[in-house]
Ligand binder design. Sequence first.
Ligand code: 5GP
Ligand code: MN
Length: 337
Amino acid sequence: MQNLAAFKALLELPKRIVITTHIKPDADALGSSLGLAGYLLKQGHQVCVITPTDYPKFLNWMEGNDDVLIFEGNEEKAEYLVENADLIFCLDFSSLKRIGNLGKLVADSDAEKVLIDHHLNPETFAKYVLWSTEAAATAELVYDLIEMMGDAEKLTKGMAEALYAGLMTDTGNFKLPCTTPHVHNIVASLMELGADVAKVSHKVYDDNSLDRMRLLGFVLNERLEIIEGSHVAYFYLTLADKERFKYQTGDAEGLVNYGLAVEDIHVSAIFIEYEDQVKISFRSFGDIPVNELARKYFNGGGHKNAAGGATTDSLEDTINLFRDLVLKQTKELNYEV
Ligand code: 5GP
Ligand code: MN
């Protein structure tokens, strides 16, 4: 952060702070937000984490979870907090359109904005910016910021576990190329602060409903396609499939990764049908920039190896567009294996 001294000075007196993160928060979005919220509360500030939408049940164990305000359904309260905030932190997203209707409120608020993020092409709405695409997770940047403030040892076990959840998931359990020595050093510090890493892993990965496990089996059996002659796999999930398995927010999280686990598969996609849109997730291995594919054809974006988007076309049309792009060897998917 270039203006760190001014940022530190700003936080010397108690402030009214809102922390927000992207639609359908994942473990990094929520963990970095709650880790930071815990720290700022401890420093004597008034803090509220506002998420644009709900989030998966497997994230509801984090310290501070009960005080999270979900914008959808609590619009008036959120509007009041955003309008009256001195400071708004924007975590784990780089474009205000990633927070839906909350974006306009944030843009219109007189509060100073702080952006902490690791996605490409950040918008320039924030006065204070801690942004690096080299960072594995926003949780890494939050830890770095607190360390730069000289306060890393003030983090509690609960804050450390929230940040650890972000690092664990955004590095794909410390398997992706973004897993640097710095990430492991931070993890060591978080463990020294008391983070119970086995507990976090259990809560995030091993606390599934039976319906979710049955859905996984069904998807692997019935909804996995390999595009012939390519190194591309995709899954899909219809509205009827979701109803059959009592689909809950987050139930499809991670499914897309199973495509990459198949031999010779280097790109995986999942298409999930909603009433009003189709949500898509992409994953790739190596140098294949699925974020460019998402940006160019599916109104989305993300990281080189993990991206997403959405369309209002039908599920069938969306899948056909993807199949065409693969069969035509579009530039974004053209690679040597
Ligand atoms: P996921 O597939 O886990 O939902 O998202 C993977 C990554 O893709 C996220 O970290 C985010 O950067 C990006 N992403 C997912 N959906 C969208 C979207 O609709 N728009 C943009 N710009 N990025 C997305
Ligand atoms: Mn992230």
